[in-house]
Design a protein around this ligand. Structure first.
Ligand code: SF4
Length: 269
């Protein structure tokens, strides 16, 4: 990754306001440049089928994907199918998922959604948003993760990273995830939605952090109206980098065989 000391454009902050057309061009360029920085962007949850991805995504609320990946092998060994999970003793399931936090509420969601899958969908995860959001604990974000990554249906996943970054880039001013999703969908063709989501989340986890964005080490600083919100000194910024950008591996513990290149060793291995 090239070190960046280029000052940011002032688009949208002082001077002439940026036109919609310029913003869309800039947004698409950020997407293209992120694709070069993160050619291996992918969901960072380990899963082997739609059910595992659905469960892992529900567990990922308020914790890291790494923590979920450390927890799910035991969970799926104990409850490999929706039928098994629907019949779980809540206290036993709670103990397994306890490290992911909010374990009582999450256990309730997992047993509830497994019961709904068993009773309403023949034990299969449905491939439509309208069906997925009927499952307990499953909102649009989780549904879009499952659709995009287990069914190949384009979806924009607005999590905390995605919302923060698109606002820093002035692609939208909306705070509500559904409104953010709708506005970003207007900027990009459907074919880009799923990979755009991964790239933005990758950038948010690795460089454009919530509290300390590493602006001085950011490869898209020249396209960012919020350059300077974080550390701009290249050396100091470099120290803030997480995961592979800072020499640490990413969050997946069981990457699939076609995983194209990011480090596969778990943190601390
Ligand atoms: S790290 Fe700084 S320059 Fe890079 S995208 Fe975030 S706010 Fe913009």
């Amino acid at each position: 990754m090239p070190p960046t000391t280029v000052p940011a454009r002032t688009s949208g902050s002082g001077g002439k306001p940026e036109s919609r057309l310029s913003m869309v061009r800039r947004a698409r360029r950020i997407n293209r440049e992120l694709a070069e920085v993160y050619p291996y962007a992918h969901p960072e949850l380990d899963f082997r089928d739609p059910f595992e991805l659905l469960v892992a995504t529900v567990l990922s609320a308020q914790t890291t994907d790494l923590r979920v990946n450390q927890t799910t092998p035991a969970l799926f060994a104990a409850y490999p199918t929706p039928e098994d999970m629907a019949a779980a003793v809540p206290e036993e399931l709670e103990q397994i998922i306890r490290p992911t936090g909010f374990f009582r509420a999450k256990a309730k969601s997992l047993i509830g959604l497994s019961t709904a899958l068993r009773d309403n969908f023949g034990g299969e995860v449905p491939g439509r948003l309208v069906d997925l959001v009927t499952l307990p604990g499953v909102g649009r974000k989780t549904a879009n993760v499952v659709l995009g990554n287990a069914f190949g249906v384009p979806g924009i996943t607005v999590d905390t990273h995605f919302g923060r970054l698109v606002r820093r880039w002035k692609w939208t001013e909306q705070e509500d995830p559904e409104k953010v999703e709708a506005e970003i969908a207007e900027i990009f063709p459907k074919s880009e939605w799923t990979m755009l989501s991964h790239r933005v989340v990758f950038h948010g986890r690795r460089i454009c952090h919530s509290r300390k964005p590493a602006c001085g080490a950011c490869p898209i600083a020249h396209l960012c109206p919020s350059y300077g919100e974080g550390e701009t000194d290249p050396e100091k910024a470099k120290k803030l980098l997480k995961y592979e950008m800072g020499g640490q591996p990413g969050q997946r513990l069981s990457p699939p065989p076609d995983y194209p290149g990011a480090p596969a060793q778990p943190l601390g291995a």
